[in-house]
Design a protein around this ligand. Structure first.
Ligand SMILES: NC(=O)c1ccc[n+]([C@@H]2O[C@H](COP(=O)([O-])OP(=O)(O)OC[C@H]3O[C@@H](n4cnc5c(N)ncnc54)[C@H](O)[C@@H]3O)[C@@H](O)[C@H]2O)c1
Ligand SMILES: [Zn+2]
Length: 359
């Protein structure tokens, strides 16, 4: 078992990582929170594969489990779903001593977190992430969100869970393509923060991808530890936390412009990381060969290993990366690599990121 502590004063909390721990979530909740009722929010697909183990563990410690279903994937992240959850919680008499448990991917985690942070001005939240992306990224750090018709994640709060329980075994039911999305975020944190971990991934990537127990646990633990450390230093993204956006400026643009229709978030971020590494290298900010090492690792993970072809749609890409859509030359924080394991945010105008006529 590894336990990573997120250090945020009186809001500190543990993230426990252990194979087979799904059945012990109930015990951990009873012990750490002393709650008597648990509302488990999940999706039909995850419920079918994993909710029984959670429920059995809760029954064992006499924790009353009630299940609330939300739609699969991004469709869960709406005010409508949140509102429906408030109704159900009120109907069933949830109160401050109840705990909300998010069992699912990042989408479930985001909407459950949002509801937990607002219902009765906040009730205890436990995250049980079931995708690799949610385990190493979304469940750590306390960002909650629902989408708005005008854009993703526009409505949300910062609200830390009381406990995060990660069981790598649940990844066995996850489609391979979704696993790779999580691998992209693991490679990301290694690239910005930990050269030793990056080298470790170069030696162990295939084993992690095959879900071999020990290396998988190790990879999750190291990735979670890095994100926890960064969040502990900068909870509200005033500075350091922005490093976690490595590859995301272009990654989000790829998702918004839609020129790579069907690309997963991880695939878009992989292309964005290659782009950012190339930019870093061409500006002399990192040693030659940095980009090549990153590309090689991404390729082994089955992720895209080329920067996006933005030239043909430069205007759309410029619009997508601009913070203020009206001010074209306003600088934005762009994450560059100084070497593998060390990154930095520099101010660049959109037109400096995507210069004219370089195709
Ligand atoms: N809060 C944060 O800091 C943060 C960080 C990164 C991403 N996110 C959010 O996370 C979301 C993406 O999360 P995701 O990639 O986990 O996808 P997801 O939550 O959309 O899940 C995708 C699908 O996989 C299913 N699924 C989940 N676990 C499974 C399992 N073990 N076996 C089989 N199927 C399973 C889900 O039910 C869903 O249908 C986005 O909405 C993104 O904005 C949030
Ligand atoms: Zn991401």
């Amino acid at each position: 078992v590894s336990v990573i502590q997120v250090m945020l004063g009186d809001r500190s909390y543990p993230i426990a990582i252990r194979s087979g721990s799904l059945a012990d979530v109930g015990e951990a909740i009873a012990k750490e929170l002393g709650a008597r009722r648990a509302f488990v929010v999940t999706t039909p697909r995850v419920a079918e594969a994993h909710a029984t183990a959670v429920a059995a563990g809760m029954a064992r410690v006499h924790l009353a489990e009630e299940r609330l279903l939300v739609p699969e994937g991004e469709r869960a992240k709406t005010l409508r779903t949140a509102s429906r959850l408030y109704d159900e919680l009120l109907d069933r008499g949830a109160e401050r001593g109840s705990v909300l448990v998010g069992l699912g991917g990042g989408a479930v985690g985001d909407v459950v977190g949002f509801v937990a942070s607002t219902f009765l001005r906040g009730i205890p939240l436990v995250q049980v992430p079931t995708t690799l992306l949610a385990q190493v990224d979304a469940s750590v750090g306390g960002k909650t969100a629902v989408n708005h018709p005008r854009g993703k994640n526009l409505i949300g709060t910062f609200y830390q869970p009381r406990l995060v329980c990660i069981d790598p075994d649940v990844l066995a039911t996850l489609p391979a393509r979704m696993r790779r999305s999580g691998i992209a975020e693991i490679i990301k944190v290694a690239a910005i923060w930990d050269a030793v971990f990056f080298a470790w991934l170069e030696s162990n990537l295939e084993a992690v991808m095959r879900l071999v127990r020990e290396p998988l646990e190790e990879a999750i633990t190291r990735a979670v530890a890095i994100k926890a450390e960064v969040v502990g230093l900068d909870e509200r993204e005033a500075g350091l936390r922005a490093l976690l956006n490595f590859g995301h400026t272009l990654g989000h643009a790829i998702e918004n412009v839609g020129s790579y229709r069907g690309a997963t978030h991880g695939e878009a971020v992989a292309m964005g990381m290659v782009f950012a590494a190339a930019l870093s290298e061409s500006r002399g900010l990192c040693p030659a060969g940095t980009r090549a090492r990153l590309v090689a690792l991404l390729a082994r993970a089955g992720l895209p290993s080329a920067a996006p072809d933005w030239h043909a749609q430069r205007d759309a890409y410029l619009r997508a990366i601009s913070v203020d859509k009206k001010i074209r030359d306003e600088k934005l924080g762009f994450v560059v690599l100084r070497e593998l394991g060390r990154a930095e945010v520099i101010g660049l105008a959109p037109a400096e990121i995507l210069p004219e006529g370089t195709a």
